[in-house]
Write a new protein. Structure first.
Length: 755
C-alpha cells in the first residue's frame, strides 16, 4: 500500500519528515492519528527504521489501540516485529518491571489506583487519629499528586507550598510515601516519577533505551506534564528524533499537571525543530469551526491556526435559554428525540462542565424511554466484585500489598473482626513491617492473637496454598479457586437481590475470561494486573451508543453528529474557580472549544437564569457565559434577538412555580418591552445591575466581614481573611484556609460564615 496516498499536502510533509525534532500543530479533526500511523508506516516501509526501534506514546488505551489498528491496515498485522505503541503509563510500567531494582524496589510491585490510594490515606488518618480532621483523603491525594507532578519531594513540600496546613500535609505525604514503599507499591504518579528516576540514575539503562527507541512519536503533546517532558528528553538522549503532535487549543488538563508551555516552547527546547500546521478539518461543518475558532481566538497563549474544511457550510448553531434546569433537560430531550426520528443512526452527546449536571438529563431521558449511556460512571475494573477478585490476585503475587490485603482479609466475612484488624495494623506499625508479616506472626501465636487466632490461621493457610499454586496455575484457575474457597458467591447471594447477585457474578466470570484471554496472548500475570489498574472508563465506551452523557473533559478524542453544550453560564462554564486567573480562564475557553469541535453536523448551547447550587446564591440570577458573547451572532440563532430574561409563556411560568425556584421572584421582562435586553451582552449588563443593586441593599453577602476575621467556607473549611478590597462593584477577599491554602474570593459569592 502507498502510505502517502490520500494524505493532504500538509499531512504528507509531516509523514515524510526525516530526522530531527518536529512539532505538528494538529487542529481538531485534522487527522493527527492518521499522520502518526502513516509516519510509522513510512519509516518502516522505507527502511528508515526497524519496527522495534520505534516508540509511539499517547494518553489513552483507546487512542493507542486505534493507532495500532491503523498501522496494521497499512502494513499488515503479521510482522516479525512490531513498533511499541502504548500509553505513557503503560510504557513506564514496562520499563519498571525490568529496571526498578535500580532504585531499590522489587519487580513484583503493585499499582495503586485511585480507590487504593484513598483506602491507604484513610488508614493513615485513622492511625493518626485524624479521621475527623478537616483534611479529607481526596484533598490530601490531590495535593500530593500536584507535588509529585511538579517533582516536589516530601522534604520540600511545606517550603514550596506554604499554608496553615502545609506541615500537616507534609507529614501525611511522608507517611503515604513510606507506606507505599513498605508495600512495594506505586501510585499512578510514581509510574512516571520512578521511570524518570531510573533513567536519571543509570546512564547505562538510559543509553540502552535511547539506543533502542531511535524514533519517538508523542500524541497529544499539549497534555504532557513536567515529568513526561523530562522522560522525553531522557529517552532522546542519543538522538533528537522527536516527533510530537498536539494542539495548544486543546490543552485542558492543567489540573492534572499538564503544562501548555511544553508545546508553546517546543522550538526553544528542541533547537532546529520543524513546525508543521494541520488546518484542514475532516469532522465538522465550517459553521462549527468558525464559531469554535472565534471563541478560542480570544486566548493569548496559543500559536494560532485557522481551521477550514471541504465539508458543507452546515446549519447555524442554536442557543436556547431555558426557564429552569428541568426545562433545559426537557428541551434537550425533545431535540434528541427529533434528531433520532430524522436519523436513527445519529450519534448524540450532551456535554456539561461538571458531572452533577447529568441528573436532570438522566431523569428526563428515562421518563421518555430514550436509551443513553453515562461516560464516567463506574468502569468494569472499578466495580466492587472485580476489585475484590483482583485484590486477591495482587496479594497472591505481592503479599506485601497492605491495601489489597486489608480489602480482602474479611471479605467475605470469615471471623476477622475490626479489633483483630486493628491489632494487625498496630503490630505492623510497631515493628515497621507489612501487614502480611504481622498476619503470619499472629497466626503462629495463639496467645498474642487471642480470639481471632483461628480465623487468622485459616486465612493464612488459604493464602499460602494460593501462593504455592500460583507457581504453576493460570490467573483464571486461581480466580476459580478463590471464588470457590472463599464463599464469595454465597456472600453476594445473601447481601444482594437475586438480579444484582447474578450481575456481579457475571462480572467475575467476565474477569476470568479476560484473564484467560490475557494468558492466551502470552501476557504475564503482572501484565494482566497492570492493564486492569491502568484501565479507564473511556476504554469501555460504546462507540455505537446513540446518546451519551459526559463531561466536556471526557469528550476529548470523541466525536458525535450532534452535540449539546449544557449549562453555559458564568460560574459554571467558565467555572467559578477560574474567575481570578487568566490562565484558568483560558483553559476553560479551550475546554469550550474542545466541546464544540466534537460536533460533526449540529451544535446546541443551553443555559438557564437560575441553577440551584451551581450559580450564585439562591434567588440571584445567573449570567449567560461570556463564551456566548464571543460567538458570531450571525452563526448562532438565539444570540442576536435577545431571549428576554425569563420566558413569559405559561409552560415556563408553571415549571418555575412547581419547582419552587427562587427565580420566580425576579422581575419578569416582556419580550419587546423597552426594558428588555436585546442581546446577551445587554442581558449580562442587566443582571450585573440587578446583582449590584442587591449587594448595595444588603440582600447579598455576609455582613461585617473584615480583615483578620476567622471564617468558615462550606468547601474550603476554616480560614482567616487576610485582606478585603473593593474591586469595581465587587468586594475581593484574600482568605487563607487551613486545608485549602490561599484563595481569592468575591465576597457576595463566597458565603463565608464568621466564627
Amino acid at each position: 500500500m502507498d502510505v502517502l496516498a490520500k494524505l493532504n499536502p500538509q499531512q504528507r510533509i509531516a509523514v515524510e519528515h526525516g530526522k530531527g525534532p518536529a512539532l505538528v500543530l494538529a487542529g481538531a479533526g485534522s487527522g493527527k492519528t492518521r499522520v502518526i500511523a502513516h509516519r510509522i508506516a513510512h519509516l518502516i516501509h522505507n527502511q528508515a527504521a526497524r519496527p522495534e526501534n520505534i516508540l509511539a506514546v499517547t494518553f489513552t488505551n483507546k487512542a493507542a489501540q486505534e493507532m495500532r489498528d491503523r498501522l496494521h491496515s497499512l502494513l499488515g498485522a503479521s510482522r516479525a516485529a512490531e513498533p511499541l505503541i502504548t500509553t505513557f503509563h503503560s510504557f513506564c510500567v514496562r520499563v519498571l518491571r525490568r529496571e526498578i531494582q535500580q532504585i531499590g524496589y522489587r519487580r513484583d510491585f503493585s499499582i495503586y489506583d485511585t480507590d487504593d490510594q484513598k483506602r491507604l490515606v484513610k488508614q493513615i488518618l485513622e492511625e493518626e487519629h485524624r479521621s475527623g480532621n478537616d483534611l479529607q483523603p481526596r484533598e490530601i491525594l490531590s495535593r500530593i499528586s500536584y507535588a509529585k507532578n511538579h517533582k516536589v519531594p516530601v522534604a520540600a513540600f511545606s517550603r514550596t507550598y506554604p499554608s496553615p496546613s502545609a506541615l500537616d500535609l507534609e507529614h501525611l505525604y511522608g507517611m503515604y510515601e513510606d507506606r507505599l514503599r513498605k508495600s512495594n507499591a506505586l501510585d499512578f504518579d510514581d509510574l512516571l516519577l520512578k521511570t524518570a528516576e531510573v533513567l536519571e540514575r543509570s546512564p547505562q539503562v538510559r543509553n540502552n533505551y535511547s539506543e533502542r527507541y531511535r524514533y519517538i512519536l508523542v500524541d497529544e503533546y499539549q497534555d504532557t506534564n513536567r515529568i513526561q517532558y523530562d522522560l522525553l528528553h531522557l529517552l532522546a538522549a542519543r538522538h533528537d528524533n522527536v516527533f510530537v503532535v498536539g494542539d495548544e487549543d486543546q490543552s485542558i488538563y492543567r489540573f492534572r499537571g499538564a503544562d501548555i508551555r511544553n508545546i508553546l516552547n517546543f522550538e526553544r527546547d528542541f533547537p532546529g525543530a520543524k513546525i508543521i500546521r494541520l488546518e484542514q478539518n475532516y469532522r465538522s461543518t465550517q459553521t462549527i469551526l468558525d464559531i469554535a475558532g472565534a471563541v478560542v481566538g480570544n486566548n493569548r497563549e496559543r500559536k494560532g491556526k485557522v481551521l477550514w474544511t471541504e465539508n458543507a457550510r452546515g446549519d447555524i448553531a442554536t442557543c436556547r435559554q431555558c426557564s429552569s434546569p428541568r426545562a433545559e433537560a426537557e428541551w434537550v430531550a425533545w431535540e434528541i428525540q427529533e434528531s433520532l426520528q430524522d436519523d436513527p443512526d445519529c450519534r448524540i452527546a450532551v456535554l456539561y462542565r461538571i458531572n452533577a449536571l447529568s441528573r436532570n438529563f438522566e431523569e428526563v431521558l428515562m421518563e421518555r424511554s430514550v436509551p443513553y449511556v453515562v461516560v464516567g460512571s463506574i468502569s468494569f475494573f472499578s466495580r466492587m466484585e472485580v476489585k475484590d477478585m483482583l485484590a486477591y490476585l495482587r496479594v497472591v503475587f505481592n503479599p506485601e500489598d497492605d491495601v489489597a490485603l486489608l480489602r480482602i482479609i474479611n471479605t467475605p466475612p470469615r471471623g476477622i473482626g475490626g479489633t483483630t484488624v486493628e491489632q494487625l495494623q498496630q503490630v505492623a506499625a510497631e515493628e515497621g513491617v507489612p501487614v502480611s508479616q504481622a498476619l503470619r506472626q499472629l497466626s503462629r501465636n495463639p496467645q498474642r492473637a487471642g480470639r481471632g487466632h483461628r480465623a487468622l490461621t485459616r486465612f493464612q493457610e488459604m493464602l499460602d496454598a494460593w501462593i504455592t499454586k500460583a507457581e504453576t496455575s493460570s490467573p483464571k484457575d486461581l480466580l476459580e479457586d478463590i471464588l470457590a474457597q472463599t464463599a464469595y458467591r454465597k456472600m453476594l447471594e445473601k447481601r444482594e437481590t437475586e438480579q444484582e447477585a447474578q450481575d456481579r457474578l457475571a462480572n467475575i466470570e467476565e474477569l476470568m475470561r479476560a484473564a484467560f484471554e490475557s494468558e492466551s496472548r502470552g501476557e504475564t500475570v503482572y501484565e494482566f494486573l497492570d492493564r486492569a489498574s491502568l484501565s479507564s472508563e473511556l476504554d469501555h465506551f460504546d462507540p455505537d451508543a446513540r446518546v451519551a452523557l459526559l463531561t466536556a473533559h471526557s469528550s476529548k478524542g470523541l466525536e458525535f453528529d450532534v452535540v449539546f453544550l449544557a449549562g453555559m453560564e458564568e460560574g459554571l462554564f467558565p467555572h467559578a474557580q477560574s474567575r481570578d486567573s487568566i490562565a484558568d480562564l483560558e483553559e476553560e475557553r479551550r475546554l469550550c472549544y474542545v466541546g464544540m469541535t466534537r460536533a460533526r453536523r449540529k451544535l446546541y448551547l443551553t443555559w438557564t437564569p437560575f441553577r440551584r447550587n451551581y450559580g450564585p446564591d439562591a434567588g440571584t440570577p445567573c449570567r449567560p457565559s461570556r463564551f456566548l458573547d464571543e460567538m458570531p451572532e450571525e452563526l448562532v440563532e438565539g444570540l442576536e434577538t435577545g431571549p428576554g430574561y425569563i420566558s413569559e409563556d405559561e409552560e415556563s411560568r408553571q415549571t418555575w412555580e412547581e419547582e419552587g425556584e427562587p427565580g420566580v421572584r425576579i422581575k419578569r421582562l416582556q419580550r419587546g418591552s423597552a426594558e428588555a435586553p436585546r442581546s446577551l451582552a445587554e442581558l449580562r449588563a442587566y443582571v450585573e445591575r440587578q446583582n449590584t443593586a442587591k449587594a448595595r441593599s444588603g440582600g447579598s453577602g455576609p455582613a461585617g466581614l473584615k480583615s483578620g476575621m476567622r471564617v468558615r467556607h462550606d468547601q474550603f473549611g476554616e480560614g482567616i481573611i487576610l485582606s478585603r478590597e473593593r474591586m469595581g462593584n465587587e468586594v475581593k477577599l484574600i482568605v487563607t484556609f487551613s486545608r485549602a491554602g490561599r484563595k481569592t474570593l468575591i465576597e457576595r459569592y463566597a458565603r463565608l460564615k464568621p466564627l
